[in-house]
Design a protein around this ligand. Structure first.
Ligand code: FMN
Length: 365
C-alpha cells in the first residue's frame, strides 16, 4: 500500500508487531494451516494459529512447521479458560437428536460426551514457548499470569470483545490491543459478558464505540472481505483488521473441500447463528444439521459448550471425509459472497492494494 495512505497508523502497527493492517484470523479446527500462515506472512499480512483444539505437542509442532516456512512473526490464539459445563438434563434428548445423522453416515450410535477439563492451563506453556510474537484469546479474559509472562517475553497480548464492556474489561486485564468482533463474523462469537447470542452488534456500530471507550489499539473483525471493508474499518478508528472467511477458501487453507465449495456457493442470506455444533453460538452457512437440531418446534436439545462440540465431533469428521456438507459446521461470515478460490498471497496483495485504492478514491485522488 502506498505510503501516502496516511490513514494507516504505522507507529501503532509497528508497536503491535504488524507490518500491515491485515491479520489472518485464528481458525481453530484446521483452517489455518502452517502453509496458510506462512503464505499470509510472506505476502505482507500477519498469520494466526487457532490452537484451541490442539494438544501442547500439536501446538509445538505447528509452531515448528510455521517457523520452518517463514522467519516472519506469527500469532497463536486460545480459548480463555472456561468453567466446567454443568451436567445437562438434556443429555438423552441431545443424543437422540443427533443419532439419526450418525446412522446416516454409517457411524456407531453417539455416546455421552466426557469433559476432560479445561485445556488452557496445559496449552499455555506450549504457546509461551512456540516462538509466537502475539497471543490472543477469545471467549474471555487472558489470565493475569499469562499476560505478565507473555509481556515479559515481548509477546503482544490481544483479546476479543463483542461489546464495549468486554473491551473495557480486556483493557483492564492488560491487553495490548482489543479485537472488536462484530456480529457479521464467521465462527464462534467471542462474547464473555452477557448472552453471546443476544449481544449481536455489527462491526460498523461496534468498532467506533470500542475505539472511544479504550486507549489501546482496536482491531476490527467481522464481515471484512476486501479493501473497501478495510478502508471502512480504518475510517472507524481501527488500526488493523482480522479476517477469517476471506482466507478460508484459499488454496492453502485446511478447510474441507465441501466447506470451501459451500462458501463459494453461499449468499449472505444463508448465514446464520447456531448453537447446534458446539453449544456456543457461532456463525455459519445454514444446513440440514442446524435446521434439525435447532428445530423451533422441538427446542432444548443442545448440550453446553464444549460437550456439544465433543458430541458432534465424530459426525463432523466423518462428514468431512465423505464430503457431506449438510453435517459440517460451515463457519462463514456474512461477507461470504466476496469469497474467491485463490492463493493466499493473492488475497493479501489484493487486500492491501484494494485498501490503498479505496482510500485514494475517498480522498478524491
Ligand atoms: C472457521 C473459523 C474458525 C474460527 N476460529 C476462531 C478461533 O479459534 N479463535 C478466534 O479468536 N476466532 C476464531 N474465529 C473468528 C475470527 O477470529 C474472526 O472474528 C472472524 O473470522 C471474522 O469474521 P469474517 O469471517 O467475516 O472475516 C473463527 C472464524 C472462522 C470463520
Amino acid at each position: 500500500m502506498p505510503a501516502h495512505t496516511t490513514i494507516l497508523n504505522r507507529t501503532i502497527l509497528e508497536r503491535l508487531g504488524l507490518r500491515s493492517p491485515v491479520i489472518q484470523a485464528p481458525m481453530a479446527g484446521g483452517g489455518d494451516t502452517a502453509t496458510l500462515v506462512a503464505a499470509v506472512n510472506e505476502a505482507g499480512g500477519f498469520g494466526f494459529v487457532g490452537a484451541a483444539y490442539l494438544t501442547p505437542a500439536q501446538i509445538a509442532e505447528r509452531a515448528r512447521d510455521i517457523r520452518s516456512r517463514t522467519a516472519l512473526p506469527f500469532g497463536v490464539n486460545l480459548f480463555a479458560p472456561q468453567p466446567d459445563p454443568a451436567p445437562s438434563p438434556l443429555l438423552d434428548e441431545a443424543l437422540a437428536r443427533v443419532a439419526p445423522f450418525f446412522a446416516e453416515l454409517g457411524l456407531p450410535a453417539p455416546i455421552a460426551p466426557a469433559h476432560a477439563g479445561d485445556p488452557f492451563a496445559g496449552q499455555w506453556p506450549a504457546v509461551l514457548d512456540s516462538g509466537a510474537a502475539a497471543f490472543s484469546v477469545t471467549f474471555g479474559l487472558p489470565p493475569a499470569d499469562t499476560v505478565q509472562a507473555a509481556k515479559a517475553r515481548g509477546i503482544r497480548v490481544m483479546g476479543t470483545a463483542t461489546t464495549v464492556a468486554e473491551a473495557v474489561a480486556l483493557e483492564q486485564a492488560g491487553v495490548d490491543a482489543v479485537i472488536a468482533q462484530g456480529s457479521e463474523a464467521g465462527g464462534h462469537r467471542g462474547s464473555f459478558l452477557g448472552d453471546p447470542a443476544a449481544n449481536l452488534i455489527g462491526t460498523m456500530a461496534l468498532v467506533p464505540q470500542v475505539v472511544d471507550a479504550v486507549r489501546v489499539p482496536v482491531i476490527a473483525s467481522g464481515g471484512i472481505m476486501d479493501g473497501r471493508g478495510i478502508a471502512a474499518a480504518l475510517a472507524l478508528g481501527a488500526v488493523a483488521v482480522q479476517l477469517g472467511t476471506v482466507f478460508l477458501t484459499c488454496d492453502e487453507a485446511g478447510a474441507s473441500e465441501a466447506h470451501k465449495q459451500a462458501i463459494l456457493a453461499a449468499g449472505e442470506d444463508q448465514i446464520r447463528l447456531t448453537h447446534a455444533f458446539s453449544g456456543r453460538p457461532a456463525r455459519g452457512i445454514l444446513n440440514r444439521f442446524m435446521e434439525s437440531v435447532e428445530d423451533p418446534d422441538k427446542p432444548g436439545a443442545v448440550l453446553p459448550f464444549p460437550l456439544q462440540n465433543a458430541l458432534t465431533r465424530p459426525l463432523r469428521t466423518a462428514a468431512a471425509q465423505q464430503g457431506r456438507a449438510e453435517f459440517l459446521s460451515l463457519w462463514a461470515g456474512q461477507g461470504v459472497r466476496l469469497a474467491r478460490r485463490r492463493p493466499a498471497a493473492e488475497v493479501v496483495a489484493e487486500l492491501l492494494e484494494g485498501t490503498g485504492s479505496a482510500i485514494r478514491r475517498l480522498a478524491g485522488g
